[in-house]
Design a protein around this ligand. Structure first.
Ligand code: FES
Ligand SMILES: [Fe+2]
Length: 395
C-alpha cells in the first residue's frame, strides 16, 4: 500500500474514534441537546467488535428459551458476541451454558439442536463430556487402549462453563461472569409487571426474520411510538400515537405502552387473560426494551419476547416468541385466536423492517450526523443509545 493510502486509513480510524468519543460525550446531554450515535456505529465491523467485547459480554444477554430444550440431554448451539456457545439441560433439569468447543483441539461440539443425549461427544477423537461439563472419556489419549497418561490433568479439561440463569422461559448468559444476579438486573421489569402472574405463561409459537440493518435499529424502533401513525396506519386506527405513554424501568431498560389495547375476539370467544388483573390494566399493553437486545411486550391475553442479534454490522436476525396465559390457551381450541396477535405482529414487523432497512441505507450517507431526538417522544431511544455508548466506553 502506498503511504498515501496508509495515511488515509489511519485518518479514517482516527476520525472514527473521534466520532465515537464525541457521541459518548454528547449522548450525556439532555435529550433535546444530544446527538445520536454516528453512522459508523451502525456500519463498521470495528464498532461491532467493540460491542461484542462490551455490550454483549458484560451484561446479561437473552440467548434462547427453555422451550427449545424441554428434556434433559437436549442441546442447542447459539452464537453470542460472535462466539460458539451451547445450552444444555442437565439431569437436574437446570439449563447450563458452555463454550461450544472441545477441550482437546477446539472443535465446535454441537452444530445443531439435539435431543436427549446422555453425553456430549466430540466427533473428532471421541472425547466425551457429561451434561454438567465434566470430561468423562478420552479414548487412547495415552496411547492405544490407554485413556490417559501420567500427569494428564483431566480436571482442567472439563467444558468451560458460562454464567447462565433463567427468568420465566428466557435463558440469559453473562459472558464476563461477574454480573449481579439476573433477578436484580430485571427487578424494575418484575416490579413494573407484578400485577401479572407470569408463572402462567405457556409457550405458543416462534417467528424469526433476517434483515439488512444493524441490530440497534430494531431496538430503537421498538422503543418509540412516534412512528406509529405513518408506519403502522392500521395499528394506529385502534391505538393512536396519543394513546401511548412512556415510563421509567430503572437505568438499564426503557418502556412505553398503549392505553387502548383491545383483546382479539371471535364471536364471544377470547383468549384466556391473566387472572385478577386490576381494571386499570385490562386495556393496557406495555413494552420494555431490556438492555441490550431483548424486547418484551405484555398484554392482558399474551406475552411477547423478541430478541435481535447481529450477524454482521449490517445484517441481523430477530426472533419472536409468543406466550399465552395458562396451559389451556395453547390448546387447539384457541388456535385461531392465537393467530390474531401473531398475524398482527407479522404485519407490524414487516412494516418496521422496511423502515429499519431504510434507516440503515441512510447511514451510508456522509451527510448523516447522528440525528436528534424528540425530548417528548424519543427519550427511550436516547437512553438506549446512551447505554450503548457507556458500555463501549468500558472496552
Ligand atoms: S478435538 Fe475433540 S476429541 Fe479431539
Ligand atoms: Fe413499529
Amino acid at each position: 500500500m502506498t503511504e498515501k493510502v496508509l495515511a488515509r486509513l489511519s485518518d479514517d480510524q482516527n476520525s472514527n474514534s473521534n466520532k465515537i468519543e464525541r457521541a459518548i460525550a454528547t449522548l450525556d446531554n439532555s435529550t433535546a441537546d444530544a446527538v445520536g450515535l454516528p453512522a459508523m456505529a451502525y456500519t463498521s465491523e470495528d464498532f461491532l467488535d467493540r460491542e461484542r467485547r462490551t455490550v454483549f459480554t458484560n451484561h446479561w444477554v437473552c440467548v434462547g428459551i427453555g422451550s427449545d430444550l424441554p428434556n434433559f440431554g437436549d442441546l442447542v448451539p447459539v452464537e453470542v458476541a460472535g462466539m460458539p456457545i451451547m445450552l444444555v439441560r442437565d439431569r437436574s433439569s437446570k439449563i447450563r451454558a458452555f463454550h461450544n468447543i472441545c477441550s482437546h483441539r477446539g472443535l465446535q461440539l454441537v452444530t445443531q439442536p439435539c435431543q436427549q443425549q446422555k453425553l456430549i461427544r466430540c466427533p473428532y477423537h471421541s472425547w466425551s463430556y457429561a451434561l454438567d461439563g465434566e470430561l468423562k472419556s478420552t479414548p487412547h489419549f495415552g496411547g492405544y487402549w490407554q485413556d490417559t497418561y501420567e500427569g494428564f490433568d483431566r480436571a482442567s479439561k472439563n467444558l468451560q462453563s458460562i454464567k447462565c440463569e433463567q427468568w420465566l422461559d428466557l435463558i440469559f448468559i453473562n459472558l464476563v461472569g461477574n454480573a449481579p444476579p439476573l433477578e436484580d438486573y430485571l427487578q424494575p421489569v418484575i416490579e413494573r409487571w407484578s400485577d401479572y402472574d407470569l408463572s402462567l405463561l405457556s409457550h405458543g409459537r416462534d417467528l424469526s426474520f433476517e434483515f439488512d440493518a444493524n441490530w440497534k435499529l430494531a431496538v430503537e424502533n421498538f422503543s418509540e411510538s412516534y412512528h406509529l401513525p405513518w408506519v403502522h396506519p392500521q395499528l394506529n386506527n385502534c391505538s393512536r400515537m396519543e394513546d401511548h405513554f412512556g415510563f421509567e424501568v430503572g437505568e438499564n431498560h426503557v418502556g412505553q405502552g398503549s392505553k387502548l389495547y383491545r383483546i382479539g375476539a371471535m364471536g364471544d370467544l377470547t383468549l384466556p387473560v391473566f387472572p385478577n388483573l386490576p381494571e386499570s390494566r385490562e386495556t393496557v399493553a406495555e413494552y420494555i426494551s431490556v438492555f441490550p437486545n431483548l424486547m418484551l411486550g405484555i398484554h392482558p391475553d399474551y406475552f411477547l419476547a423478541l430478541t435481535v442479534n447481529p450477524l454482521s454490522p449490517t445484517r441481523s436476525v430477530e426472533r419472536m416468541s409468543f406466550y399465552f396465559i395458562g396451559d389451556g390457551a395453547t390448546s387447539i381450541e384457541y388456535e385461531a385466536l392465537r393467530q390474531i396477535p401473531i398475524d398482527l405482529w407479522k404485519i407490524t414487523n414487516e412494516e418496521d423492517l422496511e423502515t429499519i432497512e431504510r434507516l440503515q441505507k441512510g447511514r451510508k450517507s456522509p451527510a448523516f450526523d447522528g440525528g436528534c431526538f424528540s425530548p417528548a417522544l424519543e427519550t427511550t431511544v436516547h437512553q438506549f443509545q446512551r447505554l450503548v455508548a457507556k458500555a463501549i466506553a468500558n472496552k
